[in-house]
Design a protein around this ligand. Structure first.
Ligand code: GRF
Length: 198
């Protein structure tokens, strides 16, 4: 079995989707720990309710010393012996060194059709650009932000009356389908591109 650590910062809706799919039969992954950078991350309760160990590594005491923060993360992860990491709404930038340590073993979900709209405010940017389609991507994490090999994408039609909020809500529904489907394949060693709707 592939031991999966999931990193969250907030409600962890993607984390819940990943945990619930790993609880279903035939999945090569098993959750070993959920790590949050804040005690206030709502997803921690959802992980505990599913019997998944949790750990908090608060980034604030490290005051911008990313290497020290990541050393604390590495120490916190060690007892759980993860084979891979899923970033799921994790809002802290990771250094190139950390990404290199986990090269090929760390994935992330981003709310755009990468390589479009790396970074934040993706839904507003897609609307401002007048895009007719938008969506989400699961990618391997590399040193550059939102830039690694793409493992899966889900496409969402943009509607005339969409606001960033209504578009984000429809994209999030697809995230909860795409991310578990990609993790199920990735844990089984399949890195082929998945496009939804299929
Ligand atoms: C989502 O938009 C996701 O694409 C991004 O973080 C947001 C919150 O995710 N990575 P979650 O609900 O905390 O999983």
């Amino acid at each position: 079995m592939v031991r999966v650590a999931i990193f969250i910062s907030g409600g962890g809706s993607n984390m819940v989707a990943l945990l619930d799919d790993m609880a279903r039969s035939g999945h090569a992954g098993i959750p070993c720990v959920v790590l949050a950078n804040s005690e206030d991350a709502g997803g921690l309760a959802h992980a505990s309710a599913r019997g998944v160990p949790t750990v908090v590594v608060d980034h604030r005491p490290f005051a911008g010393d990313r290497a020290a923060f990541e050393a604390a993360i590495t120490a916190a992860l060690d007892p759980f012996a993860p084979d891979m990491i899923c970033l799921a709404g994790f809002m802290r930038k990771l250094t190139a060194e950390f990404a290199d340590q986990w090269a090929g073993r760390m994935i992330n979900i981003h709310p755009s059709l990468l390589p479009k709209y790396k970074g934040l405010n993706t839904h507003a940017r897609a609307l401002e650009a007048g895009d007719h389609v938008h969506g989400c991507s699961v990618h391997e994490v590399t040193a550059a932000l939102d830039d690694g090999p793409i493992l899966g994408q889900a496409v969402v039609e943009v509607r005339q009356d969409d606001t960033p909020e209504t578009l984000a809500a429809r994209v999030l529904v697809q995230e909860h389908i795409l991310y578990p489907a990609v993790l199920r394949r990735f844990a089984a060693g399949d890195r082929s591109l998945l496009i939804l709707p299929s």
